[in-house]
Design a binder for this molecule. Structure first.
Ligand SMILES: Cc1ncc(COP(=O)(O)O)c(C=O)c1O
Length: 480
């Protein structure tokens, strides 16, 4: 039971940091420094609380948090140990303090800047060893020699097959490999989806606030973009219907029903039915962007729209590995009806000929051997804890400044500021102090009416980084 184990540490909360989080931070520090090695036993909670003169509940809460984050494991009737399979949390070296920063969806933060992203994963968790081995296996395979010449613009057959199984098992979406196309991230899927339906002058309805990179892809494909307001329950389908009645050029609607971007709302069952009904009646193609499906923390999993549809309602379903693994691994996929997929494949061939054979082959392997599923399970557990931690911090430190609905899934919190607080001013102040954070202005079509809100990504920051981010936010708060 680790009873005789002694842990000589000092727990010093920083600012208004809760004591249990200070203990979490201290223990992580000890693990990172190598003083606590993988597999090392920890003292029991009673002994440690006595030793540190803390309440036992505080130590319990800290151990629980550390277990949720994957640092500790508890073995029944044996005790608590440092996990053998640690989250890779080494901090990147920090450059000197920044002079300023530009926030933006697609731009990297300047070196030394701490980033509250719009929902990036923690790329330090990527199973890089398994990934590297899979790439090497792909390059050494006989199939590479025989099969890596020019091929199918829909992508590697093994990966499309693996995705077909994955989508069926994990999302209830039945799609044969022939209905799937591998893309370089869903960004390419968005462009190809629009270019498969766009003729000059047609319009695509989009959520507002929404995802500006989708708007950019649709415009680049020649479509106009028309905003449909989003409320606390997702896209307003009544207003979509009004738009469809009055705009004869409308051909498609783009939605993020699982976790609306940026507000995180899940489109409820009744609205989903209405959306599909409106799309059917007005002949609209649905472009469903399911960019972070793996991360659902509360309640039952929600099936994609594409899992429920029948043949009279065309849906292009887009997925990505950017949240599951890393945005720098350019891999996404599209599922679409055969005629549409064919047009998308033609355009893809004109643009990029085909995908990256070794990368696609390696990912097929990692999907098939369960590595990706194991990674998703681990990441989900860690991000769940980080979501709760960010929510707690916002409540503890900023309860008078805004409000949020705890997102049931996804990697960000949409934090609406109280009247009188400007998200833009706050973000600019934070940038001067070394924190990049994304104000509502970046997600609206009509920039004259910015949402006074922040989209706060919680997944990519460990405990210490999140504390730092909250400290900077606190110091950067506009006065008045
Ligand atoms: C709404 C939305 N769709 C899709 C993506 C994924 O894009 P990609 O697969 O091109 O990296 C993101 C990533 O941030 C996103 O926020």
């Amino acid at each position: 039971m680790g009873k005789g184990t002694v842990l000589a540490i000092e727990v010093k909360p920083e600012g208004r940091e809760p004591v249990f989080l200070a203990l979490v931070r201290t223990i992580i520090n000890e693990i990172e420094r190598g003083r606590l090695k993988p597999g090392a036993p920890l003292p029991g909670t009673r002994a440690l609380s006595k030793n540190l003169k803390l309440n036992r509940n505080t130590v319990d809460a800290a151990y629980h948090e550390l277990a949720m984050q994957g640092w500790l494991v508890t073995q029944p009737s044996r005790g608590t140990f440092v996990a053998m399979d640690l989250p890779d949390m080494a901090m990147p070296p920090r450059a000197s303090p920044p002079q300023g920063v530009v926030t933006g969806l697609a731009r990297p933060a300047a070196p030394g800047i701490l980033r509250l992203s719009d929902g990036y994963p923690d790329v330090r968790l990527v199973p890089t060893t398994a990934f590297g081995q899979a790439i090497r296996r792909a390059l050494n395979s006989a199939a590479f020699v025989s099969g890596s010449a020019y091929g199918d613009p829909r992508g590697n057959a093994a990966l499309r097959d693996a995705l077909s199984h994955y989508l069926r098992d994990e999302r209830g979406l039945t799609a044969a490999a022939a209905d799937i196309m591998v893309t370089r991230g869903s960004q390419m899927g968005l462009f190809l989806a629009a270019s498969a339906v766009a003729e000059p002058g047609i319009a695509i309805a989009v959520e507002s606030p929404g995802y500006p990179l989708a708007w950019a892809a649709f415009r680049a494909a020649g479509a106009d973009v028309v905003g449909v307001p989003v409320d606390a329950h997702g896209i307003d389908v009544n207003l979509l219907e009004t738009l469809a009645q009055t705009n004869a050029s409308l051909r498609a609607v783009y939605v993020t029903p699982h976790h609306q971007y940026p507000t995180t709302a899940t489109l409820g069952a009744a609205r989903r039915m209405r959306l599909m009904d409106v799309a059917r009646r007005y002949g609209l193609l649905i472009i469903e962007d399911d960019y972070d499906n793996e991360y659902r923390f509360d309640g039952r999993p929600i099936l994609p729209l594409a899992a429920r549809t029948d043949e009279d309602l065309p849906i292009i379903y887009l997925g990505s590995l950017s949240k599951l693994l890393a945005p720098g691994i350019r891999l996404g996929y599209a599922v679409a009806p055969p005629q549409i997929l064919l047009r998308m494949a033609d355009r893809r061939e004109a643009l990029d000929r085909q995908g990256d054979w070794p990368l696609e082959h390696a990912l097929a392997d990692l999907l098939a051997d369960g590595t990706i599923k194991r990674h998703a399970r681990k990441a989900r557990r860690i991000y769940h804890a980080r979501r709760d931690q960010m929510a707690r911090m916002l409540e503890e430190r900023f309860s008078d400044d805004g409000e949020f609905t705890l997102p049931a899934g996804g990697l960000a919190i949409w934090w609406r500021l109280r009247r009188g607080l400007s998200a833009e001013t706050w973000a600019a102040n934070a940038a001067r102090l070394g924190l990049s954070v994304m104000p509502g202005l970046q997600f609206v079509l009509d920039t004259a009416n910015p949402a006074e809100a922040f989209r706060l990504g919680f997944a990519s920051l460990d405990n210490r980084e999140m504390l730092r981010a909250m400290d900077i936010l606190s110091r950067a708060k506009p006065v008045g």
